[in-house]
Design a protein around this ligand. Structure first.
Ligand code: NAP
Length: 274
């Protein structure tokens, strides 16, 4: 396989939701390095979005910031319309935005409250945004959609948080396969099933989780946002034109962890166990 040309996304328009930090931020910068003009979306934090926009623009492309809480249908519709109007169409749409239920106040929310929050953004918004942008892309005759899933959704993992992510990311993965069928051949749709990627929670996770994340990857380390961004760049590029309807695991290769169960207070999944 030949390596991607340096600016293989030149003049394409890409939207990355949840690009204010973590994986979305790294992806927006990576797509800019490939030549794409990028809509940097953030849920709430406009300043953080600016911190993504700066390195994006430094790569010689245009950048538009949109701050919108994707909990509401109207905000989702407005984001699609705004992004489409910006440069007369969208070539690449990455549904990366996800509610953080692992750090801050949401960590202490009840199971059902966290389920509603995750479902609303990670699942429902991904579905609605994909359908809306996909319809426009089909009418235009081209486009690529990339969704974000979780490798544990297919494998299973114990704990409240794992159950929540299994439902919400498993639905996204199943939806991806069907949407790819609906939008073919004009539009390709794929999904990344991520393993342990070090972002906000990973930075502050306990020694138990630091070890477990490392042990559960054949790579013997956490994944980085940049690991994910490089795969995303390839999948939305013309080099990946023959890949659609796929769930691609990005976890360094999974292996079962020999680690014993964690002590209760240290285990986010057990916080609300019944
Ligand atoms: P993160 O660092 O927590 O960033 C989440 C992004 O989503 C932020 O830009 C945030 O913007 C945005 N967001 C949160 N709530 C939102 C809302 N209500 N409306 C619109 N945007 C909202 O996340 P990450 O770890 O990089 O993960 C990125 C994606 O990969 C998520 O879908 C996540 O579920 C998935 N994933 C991650 C891992 C992992 O190990 N990190 C594993 C599997 C899957 P604001 O801060 O401005 O609200």
């Amino acid at each position: 396989m030949s390596s991607p040309s340096p600016r293989e996304l030149a003049n394409r328009v890409a939207v990355v939701t949840g690009a204010s930090r973590g994986i979305g931020r790294a992806t927006a910068i990576e797509l800019a390095a490939a030549g794409a003009h990028v809509v940097v979306h953030a849920g709430h934090d406009g300043r953080a979005a600016e911190r993504t926009a700066e390195p994006v623009r430094n790569r010689g492309v245009e950048c538009r910031i949109v701050v919108a809480d994707l909990t509401a249908d109207a905000a989702q519709d407005a984001l699609v319309e705004d992004a489409w109007q910006w440069r007369d169409g969208v070539d690449i749409w990455i549904n990366n935005a996800g509610v953080d239920i692992l750090t801050g106040d949401r960590r202490r929310w009840g199971f059902e409250q966290r389920l509603d929050a995750l479902w609303q953004v990670d699942t429902r918004a991904t579905i609605r945004l994909s359908r809306a942008i996909g319809k426009r892309m089909v009418q235009r005759g081209r486009g690529v959609i990339l969704n974000l899933g979780w490798d544990g959704a297919e494998r299973g993992m114990a704990g409240d948080t794992a159950e929540l992510f299994a439902v919400c990311k498993g639905a996204v993965m199943a939806f991806t396969r069907s949407l790819a069928q609906s939008l073919a051949p004009a539009v390709r749709v794929n999904c990344l099933a991520l393993g342990w990627i070090k972002t906000a929670w990973g930075e502050q996770a306990s020694a138990y989780w630091q070890d477990r994340a490392r042990e559960e990857s054949l790579a013997d380390r956490w994944g980085t946002p940049e690991d994910v961004a490089r795969i995303a760049r390839f999948l939305v590029s013309p080099q990946a034109d023959f890949i659609s309807g796929q769930i691609i695991q990005v976890n360094g290769g999974h292996r079962e962890s020999p680690t014993t169960p964690p002590p209760q207070p240290d285990h986010p999944e057990q916080t609300h166990s019944s």
